[in-house]
Design a binder for this molecule. Structure first.
Ligand SMILES: [Zn+2]
Length: 250
């Protein structure tokens, strides 16, 4: 039941067909895990906190560096040297005191994810390395928790959502395999702030659509900021995928 203050606060999204009070209730009762508090995680967390997601759990092992400030929009110069998860949580609490924010200054590894995912409504992969991406994908698939995955480097971005409540959905490993692939680092290749912001913003949009009962399209969206072009690829389940292939009959 929304209070008068909440009805006013969220009125502009409550007006939307397909969102309304039922959607706000769904958002308010959601528990969402954000893996990575960098250039993707900042806009994701700000928009989801603004929308009134009931509980946000943030995991990131790193501290804010001055080289992050051009793209990681939740941080200020005074945050340099602070753990990102805690600095982001402080910003979110100032934005919305109605919701619960939990910060974990750590890597989201397989054991931690397996313990954390029961009770989580949705995961947003906003991390910057392939090992964590693989762990998040496998854990979400095993737990049947929807995953919205984003990535950006240089002038290129991509995002895709997997609704693992549907056993027919493909997974990240169908696309990229599994294991310790080489990482392309922003510190070596560069990244433009609005590129990663575009992807993070659309991850937040996909998350709100999922939380309010809309289906995701199972499409990989690829953005090239140099040409302002988007491309879409429909993903298929890989029958040889090490994560989500159906078990063999005996
Ligand atoms: Zn797969």
């Amino acid at each position: 039941m929304l209070s008068d203050d909440q009805l006013m606060r969220y009125s502009r999204q409550l007006l939307l067909p397909g969102f309304d009070v039922a959607g706000q209730d769904a958002v308010a009762s959601a528990r969402v895990l954000i893996v990575g508090a960098g250039g993707l995680g900042c806009p994701v967390a700000l928009y989801l906190a603004g929308a009134g997601v009931g509980e946000l759990v943030i995991a990131d092992p790193d501290e804010v560096d001055s080289s992050n400030l051009h793209r990681q929009i939740a941080y200020r110069e005074s945050d340099v040297g602070q753990p990102k998860a805690e600095a982001l949580a402080a910003t979110l609490r100032a934005l919305n005191s109605d919701i619960t924010i939990t910060a974990h200054v750590r890597t989201a590894d397989s054991d931690w994810l397996a313990a954390m995912l029961p009770g989580v409504s949705l995961v947003l992969d906003c991390c910057d390395n392939f090992a964590t991406r693989s762990a998040v994908n496998a854990a979400c698939h095993a737990a049947g928790v929807p995953l919205v995955s984003g990535a950006a480097i240089r002038l290129e971005g991509q995002l895709v959502a997997f609704d693992f409540r549907d056993p027919a959905t493909p997974c990240y490993a169908c696309l990229y395999g599994e294991g310790d692939g080489p990482d392309t680092l922003c510190s070596e290749s560069g990244i433009l702030g609005p590129v990663v912001g575009t992807v993070g913003t659309l991850q937040a949009l996909m998350a709100l659509r999922l939380l309010t009962g809309h289906k995701v399209d199972g499409v990989l969206h690829l953005f090239d900021a140099a040409t302002m072009q988007w491309r879409q690829m429909t993903l298929r389940k890989d029958p040889a995928c090490p994560v989500c292939h159906p078990p063999l009959c005996s």
